[in-house]
Design a protein around this ligand. Structure first.
Ligand SMILES: Nc1nc2c(c(=O)[nH]1)N[C@H]1C(S)=C(S)[C@@H](COP(=O)(O)OP(=O)(O)OC[C@H]3O[C@@H](n4cnc5c(N)ncnc54)[C@H](O)[C@@H]3O)O[C@H]1N2
Ligand code: MOO
Length: 645
């Protein structure tokens, strides 16, 4: 029988069971009073009533003269009424309405007799060409709110205008729900304070920073505790202290089954373990427990797993302690751009890029690695795949919770195609000159870009597909894949492709043929990428058996990923562009100059995003930046090479 070390409880069941157990143990909101000036964003703990009326006196609402309305009755354009100086009082907006007056005439409606002017206002008679109704231009006592009326119910977030209303209504202290205190304990012998030059094996402690930011955004107060070594008694001591000081304690890492994974034992020693092992991915080894009325969550060490666990399990706890919901992203349906399989055993949470192409939202799955924290930086949303589902096919409608406002997503240029660092540079230039626009790029190779355009799922894609028969780039492929037209082939750059090797090329690698030698290791690009087609082409042309190249089936998705592996010494060579080699300080053996074009479907041509892209391509700033990166030649970027109509 397989070693089953954890349970596999459905996520919903675990969260509701956890909340119910905590409820029984007195896990509830606490109340405190704060000055109104400090109440922004806090949640009211009780209904809030006006102490006085606002305004608390009859206030003049306009600059002009206060009068008894009666004195103006009958005034019209043809039958003006003259008011004597002793029958009116000059007032400004906000002044208390003088006694004996019950209306205010605006200064622009006041006319002077021949020989008098504004300087004499107050001492000369004035003429009115219209009557004013009683209480005209007066803000009566309690117009805004009357003493004793309810200003806010309990359990609402306090907004700036509400703070002003409280002060106007004579309220100076407000009863709010105390911010939940969330303690975060990082553990692990390998975990160290962040630095710019960590030693091999050091894991920089950044989870606390992520988790603190998340709970702070939801209205809790994070308390970051120092890193604790992997010693059960030290972890226990830290947990006891945190439990006595906080409402919720996050014990970070050691939730799994490794030799130093003590978390569940320690939680059991300090309090009780309610659940260990949840049917979710990532995050399955999470621990839910408590000690007295403090909740304890054993959060897995991988940052992505931690983020998902905190969203799914800690957010409901904070909401419970705040007595109100926290802001969350819109939920939308999107069309999946690539297939995404899933285990029947778990509910899965997959980071996705989301863009709007035509009238459909398109979701492209990002890296699913639990350690890939940048996938959250790139993500526009989280797709959920229910437990008991084997996943989705490309084109399926999927559920996505957005991490950015929909309006921003609708204004992003969806780039799906071949990878080149220039895509990020274009993104920077587009966003700099059009702050309302952004770029969402996904790297799926040139063929992936063509497929996306056929399905109406991108605004543009980089392509560099060499046609062996003609020796030309891209055009023959577009002819074949778009027989009915509907796309433009737009010139972008010419770039140097070659073998990226260790600095100074110590192994003297001159060609792919050299990589068939014993002990040489290659790293390749994924099938369908233009760079892969180039490697395959060169091997075929030169009669090289790809099976004889160690690592030919080791595939990476980007030039930079290949460069990083060569730099780390995990491979001796990889095919890629000069700029990536330069970025990593690597040696470079040129293989060819290739034509990197952009494929732009007709349906996207007139969008503001594509128009901004064309402007950037033609700009001096783009040219200058490409020169800095190196390995590019620019002729007429942005020019339409051919419109396939
Ligand atoms: N035999 C098995 N091993 C593992 C399984 C499994 O099912 N069987 N599950 C894996 C899964 S899934 C996850 S998630 C992790 C959970 O691991 P732990 O919670 O025990 O955490 P560690 O192993 O201590 O750390 C994982 C990873 O995260 C790094 N880490 C830890 N703390 C921090 C921090 N504060 N800041 C940044 N990074 C941190 C740590 O160094 C590790 O690299 O277990 C799998 N194993
Ligand atoms: O649960 Mo782990 O969090 O799947 O990576």
């Amino acid at each position: 029988m397989a070693f089953e070390y954890l349970s596999n409880v459905a996520l919903d069941e675990a969260v509701s069971g956890f909340l119910a157990a905590l409820d029984e143990r007195g896990f509830a909101p606490r109340k405190e009073y704060v000055p109104v000036g400090e109440a922004l964003g806090r949640v009211t703990a009780e209904p809030l009533y006006a102490a006085i009326s606002a305004p608390h006196y009859h206030a003049c609402a306009m600059d002009g003269i206060a009068v008894a309305a009666k004195a103006t009755f009958g005034a019209t354009a043809t039958t003006p009424v003259t008011v004597q100086p002793e029958d009116y009082i000059v007032v400004d907006t906000g002044d208390p309405l003088p006694e004996s007056c019950d209306a205010v005439v605006m200064i622009e409606d006041v006319v002077f007799e021949e020989g008098h002017g504004i300087d004499e206002l107050g001492t000369c008679p004035v003429i009115l060409h219209a009557s004013i109704a009683p209480w005209g231009n007066v803000r009566q006592i309690g117009e805004d709110i009357c003493a004793g009326e309810m200003l806010l119910t309990s359990n609402v977030r306090i907004e700036p205008a509400a703070m002003g209303a409280m002060l106007a209504a004579g309220v100076q202290q407000v009863g709010v729900i105390a911010r939940p205190r969330v303690g975060i304990i990082p553990t692990g012998d390998e975990v160290v304070e962040p630095s710019a030059n960590p030693k091999p094996g050091d894991v920089m402690e950044f989870n606390s920073t992520i988790f603190s930011g998340m709970v702070r955004q939801w209205g809790a107060d994070p308390v970051a505790y120092p890193i604790v070594a992997d010693k059960p008694d030290l972890v226990q001591k830290a947990l006891v202290k945190a439990v006595s000081e906080c409402d919720i304690v996050l014990l970070n890492a050691g939730s799994s089954a490794g030799r130093d994974d003590y978390s569940s034992r320690v939680v059991a020693a300090v309090g009780e373990v309610l659940y260990h092992g949840i049917a979710m991915k990532p995050g399955k080894p999470a621990i839910l427990g408590c000690a007295a009325n403090t909740a304890i969550v054993g959060v897995p060490g991988y940052p992505v797993s931690g983020i998902i666990v905190i969203e799914q399990m800690v957010k409901p706890l904070i909401e419970k302690l705040l007595g109100c919901s926290t802001p969350g992203g819109d939920r939308v349906k999107a069309t999946l751009a690539r297939p995404c399989t899933s285990s029947l055993k778990y509910e899965e949470f997959v980071r996705v890029r989301v863009g709007k192409v035509g009238d459909k939202l398109v979701a492209t799955p990002l890296s699913r690695g639990a350690g890939v924290v940048t996938s959250f930086v790139k993500a526009d949303g989280i797709m959920t795949i229910p437990q008991n589902s084997e996943g989705y096919e490309a084109g399926d409608q999927v559920d996505v919770r957005l991490l950015r406002p929909l309006a921003d997503i609708e204004r992003s240029l969806v780039v799906i195609g071949s990878h080149d660092p220039l895509i990020d540079e274009i993104a920077q230039l587009i966003h700099k000159s059009n702050p309302e626009l952004s770029v969402a790029s996904t790297h799926v190779g040139s063929m992936g870009g063509i497929v996306a355009a056929k399905r109406g799922e991108n605004h543009c894609g980089g392509i560099h597909l060499l046609d062996e028969a003609t020796g030309t780039y891209n055009e023959p492929y577009l002819e074949k894949h778009f027989p009915k037209g509907g796309v433009r082939q737009v010139e972008c750059v010419y770039r140097q492709q070659g073998l990226m090797v260790a600095p100074g090329n110590p192994l003297g690698i001159q060609s792919l043929a050299d990589l068939t030698r014993e002990g040489r290791r290659f790293v390749n690009r994924q099938k369908g990428s233009g760079t892969r087609i180039l490697s395959d082409f060169v091997c075929k042309r030169d009669g090289i058996d790809t099976g004889a190249i160690y690592g030919y089936d080791h595939e990476e998705f980007t030039h930079t990923a290949v460069a990083a592996l060569v730099e780390a010494g995990s491979a001796d060579a990889g095919m890629g562009i000069y700029s990536a080699a330069k970025m990593y300080g690597l040696g470079f053996v040129p293989v060819c100059e290739e034509q990197y074009d952009l494929l732009i479907p007709d349906y996207a041509w007139d969008t503001p995003m594509v128009q901004a892209l064309l402007e950037v391509l033609a700009s001096d700033a783009f040219r200058a930046r490409m020169e800095e990166l190196g390995g590019y030649r620019l002729d007429h970027p942005g020019r339409v090479r051919r419109h396939f109509e």
